[in-house]
Design a protein around this ligand. Structure first.
Ligand code: 0X9
Ligand code: ZN
Length: 314
């Protein structure tokens, strides 16, 4: 009687937490559940470490995937739990754990995620207060503007009420500090960092603050294309085709202080933002009909596997 996380409906935080607790208990040899910190409102921020060698083999490369930093992007967290499911419960690629160790953090921003279920479906930010006198009636910081790379330079707002408010300093948010600390802890072995967002069917890579290409752009593009091709092959005809490229060039705006830029700037060679599919425009794009959750999980996992296979060859 294992806890199963349904993929035919969006789930509340408690369901995700239950699943993580249960799956980690069922696979104690490979999985470790960690509460990294409590969110601003006191909810545990949980991640699962998966390794067949207890993270002790220095030859293994570390892959980190996070989701749910933007509260309303509900398709993001199930992508990360699906990866957990495929690495532990329904293993169709047993070789992955021979080459890689995984850090999987489904919901970076649990306060915002819950708020988007209980109060405001379109909530994006964290729920912190205290960054200025005004923040008590306009809580929250855009987590994806809060990282310490070109912090608050472009695509951000000084207005605490704005959806792209960067916070009063880099890493003002405990939620982004959790991601920072995980990247730093495994930096010497971390070859890929993926952060799951929606929507737009895009695979974005640095630099997203100015549209320039990094020293590793050729690799970033090649692995990005491998992931997108695998997804496009498996996607439904009604889904938009994935586009791969530099963040600014593909999404059409520059924004600094974002996670994939930060990860790349500190040395993660392959750092990407996934914009998962939406089927309608405007805010309705965040409401991918629940009947497609499992399909998007399956195709995205195929993309991730294709990317990992390419890395294994290198
Ligand atoms: O603006 C964002 O934070 C991301 N798009 S979203 O619609 N999910 O909010 C895109 C981030 C792209 N990366 C960088 N600008 N570095
Ligand atoms: Zn987002």
């Amino acid at each position: 009687n294992a806890v199963r996380l349904p993929y035919n409906n969006y789930q509340r935080l408690a369901e995700f937490d239950n699943y993580l607790e249960d799956v980690a208990k069922r696979y104690p040899d490979k999985a470790t559940l960690v509460t990294a910190a409590n969110s601003f409102e006191g909810r545990p921020i949980k991640y699962i470490k998966i390794s067949s060698t207890n993270f002790a083999d220095p030859r293994k490369k570390v892959i980190m995937i996070d989701g749910g930093i933007h509260a309303r992007e509900w398709i993001s967290p199930p992508i990360v739990t699906w990866a957990i499911h495929k690495l532990l419960e329904d293993v169709t690629e047993p070789d992955l754990l021979e080459n890689f160790d995984f850090i999987l953090l489904p919901i970076v921003n649990p306060d915002g995620y819950e708020y988007s279920h209980t109060n405001n479906r379109w909530w994006r930010k964290t729920r912190s207060t205290g960054s200025s006198n005004l923040s008590s009636y306009c809580p929250g910081v855009d987590g994806n503007r809060n990282y310490d790379f070109a912090w608050n330079k472009v695509g951000t707002s000084p207005n605490v009420c704005a959806d792209n408010y960067a916070g009063n300093r880099a890493f003002s948010e405990v939620e982004t500090r959790v991601v920072r600390d995980l990247i730093q802890e495994y930096l010497n072995r971390m070859v890929m960092y993926l952060t799951m967002h929606s929507y737009g069917s895009m695979i974005l890579y640095p630099w997203g603050h100015d549209g320039s290409l990094s020293h590793n752009a050729l690799d970033l593009h090649a692995v990005g294309i491998a992931m997108a091709e695998a997804i496009n092959k498996e996607a439904l005809p009604i889904f938009p085709k994935y586009v791969v490229g530099n963040s600014v060039q593909v999404i059409g705006y520059a924004a600094s202080g974002a996670a994939e830029d930060y990860a790349h700037s500190v040395g993660v060679p392959l750092a990407y933002t996934f914009e998962l599919p939406g089927l309608r425009g405007g805010l309705e794009g965040f409401n991918l009909p629940a009947q497609y959750i499992e399909q998007v999980c399956r195709e995205t996992w195929s993309g991730i596997v294709a990317g990992l296979r390419r890395i294994s060859l290198q």
